[in-house]
Design a protein around this ligand. Structure first.
Ligand code: CP
Ligand code: NVA
Length: 302
């Protein structure tokens, strides 16, 4: 049994398979073809934080594959009254076929997985967001082909998205340029030497973006850090991805953002809605890659 708790849980070969499967499942969806390999299978979704894309893409995805979903939130379950995550894992995983969790610390999902009888998917933790990076790399593939040998520029907070990009850089062989304000650097303590070898850190965001093939950012304040948002707005002011920044990137560069976006903060309206932005494709592709992921975790390679 496999889990998907971090991006590096899968090999490049597995991702190549998953992206090809995502392409096929997307084509089936677009042609209204009914495909129910997961008939009667049940997905439990555990949300300890808010969500729009993750909730809709997993619920629609399992339904389209013939299964169904149950949504569990902290406030409405015994999790909110302190039931240990290990006990929740042992109970829920006896009743469903697969689990997706969005929570705070990565250790929570790891403890859940240790006690789970079924595959567990990371739907975002404070440290990682692997499903989103799958969707982002699939989106780049659709628009521009392979990321291998290319440069991805990350501007803004050294957060869960940034850390997941670094794991992907080592797996696919691209360089990750990162520029964050002082004090908000990517925490590289859990990065492998190979991952670190794919990272370049820049003080000046313009230098990080210069010549990049993909420019990406995320909110200045992630979920769970709301108390810091006022302070962060001031500190991050020079780290907005705007048209001047996109001009120094490769002329064919794409702009990505996992969403939700704050226009006028981490990205300008003109870039978010501009011709290089593929943010709506990224969001849609969450559906297709996660269908491939659930099919793979439950049925293996087809
Ligand atoms: N990008 C993303 O995970 O969005 P949600 O928070 O809406 O799920
Ligand atoms: N970094 C953001 C991503 C939201 C999808 C957060 O963790 O809130």
């Amino acid at each position: 049994m496999k889990h998907f708790l971090q991006f590096r849980d899968f090999t490049q070969d597995e991702f190549v398979y998953l992206f090809e499967r995502s392409r096929q499942l997307k084509a089936l969806f677009k042609s209204y073809t009914i495909y129910h390999p997961l008939k009667d299978r049940m997905l439990a979704m555990v949300f300890e934080k808010h969500s729009t894309r993750t909730r809709v893409s997993f619920e629609a995805g399992i339904h389209q594959l013939g299964g169904s979903a149950i949504n569990l939130t902290t406030g409405e379950t015994q999790l909110g009254r302190g039931e240990p995550i290990e006990d929740v894992a042992r109970v829920v995983s006896r009743m469903v076929d697969i689990v997706m969790i969005r929570t705070y610390d990565q250790s929570i999902i790891e403890r859940f997985a240790v006690h789970s009888r079924v595959p567990v998917i990371n739907g975002l933790t404070n440290q990682y967001h692997p499903c989103q990076i799958m969707a982002d790399i699939f989106t780049y593939l659709e628009h521009r082909g392979s990321l291998t040998g290319r440069v991805v520029a990350w501007v803004g907070d050294g957060n869960n998205m940034c850390a997941t990009w670094l794991q992907a850089a080592a797996i696919f062989g691209f360089r990750l340029h990162v520029s964050t304000p002082p004090g908000y650097a990517l925490d590289t303590r859990s990065a492998s030497p190979e991952e670190l070898a794919h990272l370049s850190v820049f003080e000046d965001p313009m230098e990080a973006v210069r010549g990049a093939h993909l420019v990406t950012t995320d909110v200045w304040t992630s979920m769970g850090y709301e108390a810091e948002s006022e302070v962060r707005r001031a500190i991050f002011a020079d780290y907005q991805v705007d048209e001047d920044m996109m001009h120094v990137a490769d002329p064919e560069a794409l702009f990505m953002h996992c969403l939700p976006a704050h226009r006028g903060e981490e990205v300008s309206e003109a870039v978010l809605e501009g011709p290089q932005s593929v943010v709506w494709d990224e969001a849609e592709n969450r559906l297709h890659v996660q269908k491939a992921l659930m099919e793979y975790l439950l049925l293996g390679r087809l």
